[in-house]
Design a protein around this ligand. Structure first.
Ligand code: CAA
Length: 380
């Protein structure tokens, strides 16, 4: 059976997120982008209304929402501001390895604080010298009695340093590849753990991106997720899931680009009539609509597979790459429709392009998504 309708509960969640985007995000998005500042007041309100850390399971005090729910919310929040959505999405990214590799006791211990107060999680995999080759990490973890001692530097970490808990991937033997990796949960206040904010990003400037520095950071062995050598696989299983909200957010950005284009093209006149009457512009908007509708179907299919417990890595990679490329094109065309006004900050479309560029890069570049897709096609 195929059914494209949302449940009443999903419609309510969608409306809640849509209202939140309109009332709490859109009025302040431009300002936080300009100030390059984390919008803690918005995060606090998101926590109050139940839109933060929605994947925390019920046994840890959370809502335990599924991936379809998370994506429906994500499309709406990203419509308001992709940077602000990234903060919330990156927190779910930090939560996911604890769901994938953690015991019920660990989930309660690490995730309960994320529902009790407005707090975030983070996921630390990339390093200054390796992003796509995730298994080639240099950050080390050495066992000393019952404690892991972590040394190294992580790079491009969303929510990095401000997150209550950070899942850090490290190697127990440099050069030994994925079989020597381990996933460790590091609390915000661990001695030796510090961060540097990365400034002057092109877009998504409300979202904090950091370099994390670990100098003899000690965590108890109970903070290890899964077994020795499981780190890389936990990271891959996580990303197979969390690339889908990137797709949903991208659809939100594309929808905003289309709405802004429709509005502007009806207001702006040229040659004595609204520019919306010209087919050259109508076709651009029709192409945007085709991309949005197609992208939404793809992210919903991938999310549905996750919720059914079915394999989803291939579909998640297609959704992430397709939707972020599609949204980048939509934002680009929205600027074209706005002409010179689109190129300056007076209209929100230039921010859409700056923001959504990152969706083609983070959580695995779109080239890596094509590696995942083609490996799946070519495997025996
Ligand atoms: N699920 C489970 N296991 C997996 C897997 C998956 N999706 N992918 C690979 N594996 C397993 C393989 O089966 C293999 O296991 P065995 O040796 O036991 O058979 C092992 O992992 C190694 O697999 P590969 O040889 O395929 O690994 P690779 O080194 O060639 O890497 C890759 C594959 C797809 C390129 C991977 O490195 C990758 O996804 N790179 C991109 C990393 C990435 O997405 N980084 C984003 C960071 S998050 C972020 O952006 C931060 C933010 O704040 C938003």
């Amino acid at each position: 059976m195929i059914d494209f309708s949302l449940t009443d509960e999903q419609k309510q969640l969608q409306q809640l997120a849509r209202d939140f985007a309109r009332k709490e995000i859109m009025p302040v998005a431009e300002e936080y982008d300009r100030r390059e500042e984390m919008p803690w007041d918005v995060i606090k309100k998101a926590h109050e209304v139940g839109l933060l850390n929605v994947a925390v399971p019920e046994h840890a005090g959370g809502l335990g929402l599924g991936m379809v729910d998370e994506c429906i919310i994500g499309e709406e929040l990203a419509y308001g501001c992709m940077g602000m959505f990234t903060i919330m999405m990156a927190s779910e990214l930090g939560i996911t390895p604890i769901l994938v590799g953690g015991t019920e006791e660990q989930q309660k211990r690490f995730l309960s604080p994320l529902v009790e107060k407005p707090a975030l999680a983070a996921f630390a995999l990339s390093e200054p010298n390796n992003g796509s080759d995730a298994a080639g990490m240099h950050t080390t973890a050495v066992l000393d009695g019952d404690e892991w001692v972590i040394n190294g530097t992580k790079m491009w970490i969303s929510n990095g340093g401000e997150a209550e808990v950070t899942v850090v991937f490290a190697t127990t033997e440099r050069g030994a590849g994925h079989k020597a990796t381990v996933a460790l949960v590091v609390p915000k206040d661990a001695p030796g753990f510090s961060y540097n904010k990365i400034k002057h990003k092109m877009g998504q400037r409300a979202s904090l991106t950091s370099e994390l520095v670990f100098e003899n950071v000690r965590v108890p062995r109970e903070n290890q997720l899964g077994g020795l050598g499981d780190g890389f696989k936990i990271a891959m299983k996580t990303l197979d899931k969390t690339r889908i909200p990137v797709a949903a957010g991208s659809v939100g950005v594309a929808r905003r680009a289309l709405d802004e284009s429709v509005k502007y093209s009806k207001e702006r006149e040229a040659f004595g009539k609204p520019i919306s009457s010209f087919q050259a512009l109508q076709f651009k908007m029709a192409d945007m609509a085709m991309g949005i509708e197609t992208g939404r179907l793809m992210y919903l299919k991938a999310a549905w597979l996750v919720d059914q417990g079915l394999p989803h890595g291939y579909e998640s990679a297609i959704a992430k790459a397709y939707c972020s490329d599609m949204a980048f094109d939509a934002a680009n065309e929205a600027i074209q429709i706005h002409g010179g006004y689109g190129y300056v900050g007076e209209y929100p479309v230039e921010k859409l392009l700056r923001d959504v560029k990152l969706n083609q890069i983070y959580e695995g570049t779109n080239e890596i998504q094509r590696v995942v897709i083609s490996r799946s096609l070519l495997k025996d």
